[in-house]
Write a protein that binds this ligand. Structure first.
Ligand SMILES: O=C(CO)COP(=O)(O)O
Length: 145
């Protein structure tokens, strides 16, 4: 699975602790993150993370583009619900695309725990089926769609 990780500054420590706590699960997957979040995670958890641009510089949009191409299976985004950020339109667009593409999304640690445990138990394997279905559709090899 391709997992995207994003955290605003007030939740940077939280996402690092979360990834370390579930490192045994995260290490089996491909991790992508916005700039600072990714750097903090890879340094602290010693995991390979593909780092994108920082959120305010387009990182949210990069993840959004991956979601639009169905290249992300799960997004954990510990956002700051109390501050107005300059790149709010990018954040809204990213969250909207998760709904468009039916991507499991956690915006707080309680939901993130449930999603990670569900993924470990195989409850998100339907993502693989959707990916196969979309690939067939893109290739035009399934005429029933
Ligand atoms: O701002 C962000 C997401 O909107 C996160 O960006 P950073 O991971 O670079 O701090």
């Amino acid at each position: 699975m391709n997992i995207a990780l994003v955290a605003h500054d007030i939740h940077k420590n939280l996402i690092v602790d979360f990834v370390i706590a579930y490192k045994h699960i995260f290490q089996k997957h491909n991790l992508f993150a916005t700039g600072t979040t990714g750097r903090r995670i890879s340094e602290a958890a010693k995991l390979e993370v593909t780092g994108l641009r920082s959120g305010p510089l387009g990182g949210d949009q990069q993840i959004g583009a991956m979601i639009a191409m169905d290249d992300i299976d799960l997004l954990i985004f510990f956002r700051d619900p109390l501050s107005a950020l300059g790149h709010e339109p990018d954040i809204s667009a990213l969250l909207r695309l998760c709904d468009v593409q039916r991507i499991p999304l956690a915006t707080n640690v309680a939901t993130a725990e449930m999603l990670i445990r569900a993924m470990e138990s195989g409850f998100l394997s339907w993502r693989e089926e959707i990916r196969k279905y979309d690939t067939l559709k893109l290739n035009g090899t399934d005429n029933s769609i």
